[in-house]
Design a protein around this ligand. Structure first.
Ligand code: AMP
Ligand code: MG
Length: 435
């Protein structure tokens, strides 16, 4: 098999993976999941015409010539039902969210009115402070002076304005964000049908590796890939299983890989290249994994392998720490998002102004780690420094991956470049590649 372009590799992956099956989860545990069913409203909201303001429900025809004094026939609070019709010359005191009484067709906000008369004489008002006395006077007044003219419908939220009974308010495929959670609660969905999340296993390989709880041996290489990959998977809301480190020994590797093939997705770090002890590819093929490709024209990270059994997708990721993370970003992330039912599979991209020249030999798509600075009119992108594929700090410091097209012969300071943002929760429907 020869080197595939990044686009062709992605196409191969996305043609293979699909949404997983569905499951029911409680609303409290559904944030970030994707709805597998349309959700309809089970009521009109608001359930009746309600007031949008604290004020007075009036007949608009009564208030065409203002000021005008209307008799207050009732007090309607949110949660009350009106008991009387508003007739000519009358109004009802009404609070925000309370039903508009029959007869009234407009609401005048409190600020556009003043107390017209009270049932009590000024002498009988309490001795409390002036503020208290004013609000008490408003409450016990039996008439109000309206100071402004309004049209029919003023400050009334009509029945069903928010949603209609039977209306599909959320379509299948919608990601559950906090706003969506609010809608689900509104329509009483205490449990929701969502796409299942894949079970993901992570395996590192290599005799030279020392795991996080092993004593420090200066001759060994700390296993960072298992943990960086773990965090990348967790950032997508999936809790992966860490299978540990398999030595470069065919029998041991086979045992670990067999365990990994019980998951929906197996990520194997290292051992996929052409070294004499890179056993991963031959063994997974022996175990029934059908290889789709194993080399991609990209930098960093060209020895990436992808294959599948009937139940498991296997990604053989490069051992170099930066390559491993970049290959996850470009290939594993969109696959996991597709499996969880998302339609926007890719990191959001922005365009940024390059602050320096970049050398590039045509042939491979390059992903350069950059920091971004906000500037007038947009962003400026600057490399994080040395870009060796083993230099993980270049990744740890990065805000994004700048995409250098495979055909590029180099970029110049001041050019506008595409940068995939490395964090954030917004995704889009293409990877921003130019090849
Ligand atoms: P490989 O792909 O197995 O040839 O490994 C390439 C490079 O990545 C070697 O220098 C390895 O030591 C390093 N490497 C492999 N696996 C890991 C890992 N899990 N964590 C950190 N570095 C690794
Ligand atoms: Mg190795």
């Amino acid at each position: 098999m020869e080197y595939l372009s990044v686009t062709a590799a992605l196409k191969s992956i996305l043609e293979s993976v699909d949404k997983l099956d569905v499951e029911k989860v409680v609303l409290e545990k559904s944030l970030g999941r994707v709805l597998a069913e349309d959700v309809s409203s089970n009521r009109d909201l608001p359930p009746y015409d309600v007031s949008a303001m604290d004020g007075f429900a009036v007949r608009s025809a009564d208030v065409t010539n203002t000021p005008v004094t209307l008799k207050i026939i009732e007090d309607i609070k949110a949660g009350d039902m009106p008991t009387r019709n508003v007739q000519a010359g009358q109004c009802a005191r009404i609070m925000t969210g309370a039903p508009v009484p029959q007869g009234a067709d407009a609401v005048i906000r409190m600020e556009d009115t003043q107390v017209a008369s009270t049932a009590l004489t000024p002498n009988s008002l309490p001795q409390a402070g002036e503020r208290d006395a004013v609000s008490l006077r408003e409450l016990i007044s039996d008439a109000v002076q309206i100071n402004v003219a309004v049209k029919s419908g003023n400050d009334i939220r009509p029945q069903g304005e928010g949603m209609r009974n039977g209306e599909v308010v959320l379509a299948a495929g919608t990601e559950i964000t906090p706003g969506v959670t609010g809608i689900l609660a509104t329509v009483k969905c205490a449990q929701v049908q969502v796409y299942r999340r894949p079970r993901v296993a992570i395996l590192s390989t290599g005799n030279e590796l020392e795991d996080i709880d092993d004593p420090v041996d200066p001759n060994k290489i700390p296993n960072s890939n298992s943990y960086a990959l773990m965090a990348q998977v967790q950032a997508l809301g999936i809790e992966p299983a860490l299978l540990g480190i398999a030595r470069d020994d065919p029998a041991e590797l086979e045992e670990y890989l067999q365990r990994g093939l019980r998951f929906d997705v197996l990520l194997v770090s290292g051992g996929t290249s052409v070294g004499v002890h890179d056993y991963v590819r031959p063994i997974i093929e022996e175990l029934g994994v059908q290889m789709k490709f194993w080399r991609v024209a990209m930098k960093p990270g060209h020895p990436i392998a992808f294959g599948a059994t009937a139940d498991t997708f296997v990604f053989g990721l490069p051992g170099n720490p930066v390559s491993s993370m970049v290959c996850f970003e470009e290939f594993v992330l969109p696959a996991l998002r597709r499996m969880t039912g998302h339609t926007h599979l890719f990191r959001r991209t922005i365009t940024a102004r390059l602050t320096h020249d970049v050398k590039h030999q045509p042939g491979r798509t390059e992903f350069i780690r950059v920091v971004l600075a906000k500037e007038e009119g947009g962003y400026a992108a600057t490399t994080t420094g040395a870009q060796g594929s083993g230099m993980l700090l270049s990744m740890a410091r990065a805000d994004g991956l700048m995409v250098v097209p495979a055909a590029s012969t180099g970029l110049k300071e001041g050019e506008m470049v595409i940068v995939q943002l490395l964090d954030g929760t917004e995704y889009q429907d293409d990877g921003g590649f130019r090849e």
